[in-house]
Design a protein around this ligand. Structure first.
Ligand SMILES: C[S@@+](CC[C@H](N)C(=O)[O-])C[C@H]1O[C@@H](n2cnc3c(N)ncnc32)[C@H](O)[C@@H]1O
Length: 376
């Protein structure tokens, strides 16, 4: 035993490790056998030393806990952070009782799966999900431009939005409905994550372009993701789903035009051409009613929208739209505020906007909302 223990004033071990995203391929039988053998250790100090040894082994690429290529026994890929954090908690506990509690929790996490009914998150290993943001403030500093995603469509959202939503609110094989699919960001993510999806887009040429992107995106799970040309305020969602091979949707995502901030087309059915804010809200109400009808009970509807500023007045389009959804019986579960950075063109005008804001007594938009509702 060579490990050096660092004790804090209370006598417990402090061993913070630097967070990594690394995965380790372990031999689960050997790891579990090592952990099980520690259940009967009688002294907390002894337990700590053994746990530190185990920790050292996980960090040692020659350890026999790790699975090597060619090994006959099956290997399991685990998050190194998760394992290190759990081991550090066991070693850092003040009492033997507490150490054993954490030890049993780790064994349970490695041997049993506990998932809810609306996602595939294993709650016995909840610490592993560092990539899932559970805060109501999302500061995303970079858009995910990987694969076929393109930032070229003016008004698309960052792929992290649908991917976060699908991780929390869908299981693999579920159906996602995007009522304003644009360049298909949701469907591309859905295909990557093994979900099925249907998008509705008013502009045929945009639907076609997004269809081409979907074809170029690998479909490793063999799922169905297509865009249908149509008006989301009137389309027969039940029929659209039926043609795709689904009875209902398990998640609805809506990313409408933010009223007239960006004019998407000349079509009168386009929400960005609604004559007034009231008309816009009425159209949104129709989309919510129709698309909401094909959403399963207990499942989620997300609306991504920002506010607007007109004639010297802040128009809280986000909250107005939120009210429309609530009026239709959906339960508000969260309001997420997400930052956005201006496009390169807008960035050049920023100095001017600062001047205007100082002169006009207002603040410059730097955020939008993701409203989350549950259908009860
Ligand atoms: C904010 S964009 C959505 C962008 C999408 N989330 C993406 O990442 O590409 C809104 C889209 O809604 C479409 N749209 C507007 N009115 C519509 C309607 N009545 N039915 C279907 N699509 C509509 C627009 O053509 C535009 O592509």
């Amino acid at each position: 035993m060579t490990a050096k223990l660092v004790l804090n004033s209370g006598g417990a071990l402090k061993l913070p490790h630097a967070a990594t995203k690394q995965k380790v391929r372990v031999n689960p039988r050997k790891l579990l056998a090592s952990l099980e053998s520690l259940k009967n250790v009688e002294a907390v100090q002894h337990l700590r030393e053994n746990i530190l040894d185990l920790r050292g082994e996980l960090l040692d690429s020659h350890s026999n806990l790790l699975a090597f290529t060619g090994e006959i026994e099956p290997a399991e890929e685990l998050s190194l952070d998760y394992l290190l954090e759990e081991l550090e908690q066991i070693a850092g506990a003040f009492t033997l009782e507490r150490s054993r509690y954490y030890l049993n929790r780790l064994i349970k996490g490695l041997t049993t799966v506990k998932t809810g009914s609306i996602n595939d998150i294993n709650l016995n290993r909840w610490k592993e999900y560092r990539d899932i943001n559970t805060d109501s403030l999302w500061i995303l500093d970079r858009r995910d431009n990987s694969g076929v995603h393109s930032a070229q469509y003016w008004g698309n959202f960052v792929p992290q939005i649908p991917s976060q939503l699908m991780k929390r609110y869908t299981k693999q094989g579920d159906w996602v409905l995007d009522t304003f699919s644009g360049m298909g960001t949701t469907l591309i993510e859905s295909q990557r994550m093994g979900r099925n999806g249907v998008g509705i887009e008013l502009q045929a040429h945009i639907a076609e372009q997004s269809g081409q992107l979907l074809e170029a995106e690998p479909n490793l799970y063999g799922v169905y993701n297509r865009v249908v040309v149509g008006d989301s305020t009137r389309i027969d969602y039940r029929q659209v789903l039926k043609e795709a091979g689904a009875k209902s949707a398990q998640l609805v995502i809506m990313h409408p035009p933010y009223f007239d901030i960006i004019k998407f087309s000349e079509d009168a059915a386009d929400l960005s051409n609604a004559p007034t804010v009231e008309d816009f809200l009425e159209m949104m109400g129709q989309v919510v009613e129709r698309a909401g009808a094909v959403l399963d009970r207990g499942r989620y509807l997300a609306v991504v929208i920002g506010d607007k500023f007109t004639k010297g007045e802040w128009v809280p389009l986000g909250f107005m739209t939120m009210n429309e959804v609530q009026k239709r019986g959906f339960q508000l579960k969260s309001i997420i505020v997400k930052n956005f950075e201006h496009t390169a063109a807008k960035r050049n005008q920023q100095e001017l906007w600062k001047y205007r804001a100082l002169l006009g007594g207002f603040y410059i938009f730097k955020h939008e909302y993701i409203f989350l509702f549950k259908k009860s």
